[in-house]
Design a protein around this ligand. Structure first.
Ligand code: 3PG
Length: 216
């Protein structure tokens, strides 16, 4: 399902930091770096065993941050994400079982797509906000423009991720096809585990300035 409320918030913030969290001790200082950087949104990937607890902790202690679950590869992780309060969920591909469950439990869900056939399948489930992954490796902006053209009139929008960074985010965000971009460059796993909070906050502030210059 797509939720207009989450959709609007993601559009406004325009960049989703994709976080891989190894230790729960990092969660609150990381959250505070995002808040300091005025980018209060996060996709916490289910690539680490701390993911579900990290989402719960964020919801409890920093409720102003919009928290989603990333790398949701199966129904079990999707249910876990819902139980710990994730407000949206994302996957790198389109697993029909996961999509059906997301619709059933009313979890805003953005599956990964890379081809027109993937988009067709997503539309078949009524999903119109899609992760374009892996964006740069799949052909970047040229590819995205090409696959968007036949679907534009249906209201399809994309969140490109995979190879997005401070240098290319601007070009993606200028496209009509793009609701927001996502990436791990905002808060890298190394910066998180090394406690490099000033760097993360600075990355966020730079992003806010870039977004302001494009969208205001
Ligand atoms: C994802 O989970 O969407 C991607 O792994 C993020 O890609 P990046 O690490 O290139 O930003």
């Amino acid at each position: 399902m797509n939720s207009p409320q989450i959709y609007d918030k993601i559009h406004t913030l325009a960049v989703i930091p994709i976080l891989s969290i190894d230790s729960l001790d990092s969660v609150l200082p990381l959250a505070d770096a995002l808040i300091k950087g005025r980018l209060p949104i996060a996709e916490v990937t289910f690539r680490t065993s701390a993911a579900a607890e990290a989402i719960s902790l964020l919801n409890k202690e920093r409720p102003d941050i919009i928290v989603g679950a990333g790398t949701v590869l199966n129904v079990e992780d999707l249910r876990k994400a819902k139980d710990c309060g994730a407000q949206f969920a994302v996957s790198p591909g389109l697993n029909p079982d996961v999509v059906k469950e997301a619709i059933k439990i009313e979890m805003p869900f953005f599956p990964g797509v890379m081809t027109p056939s993937d988009i067709d399948r997503a539309l078949g489930f009524g999903l119109t906000l899609l992760k374009f992954f892996p964006a740069e490796a799949a052909g970047g902006i040229t590819m995205l423009k090409s696959i968007y053209a036949p679907y534009k009139h249906l209201g399809v929008k994309f969140v490109p991720t995979g190879g997005i960074n401070a240098a290319n985010m601007r070009d993606y965000l200028k496209l009509d096809a793009v609701l927001a971009v996502g990436g791990s460059w905002v808060a890298t796993r190394a910066d998180i585990s090394g406690g490099n909070w000033p760097n993360i906050a600075n990355n966020c502030l730079e992003i806010r300035e870039t977004v302001k210059s494009i969208r205001s």
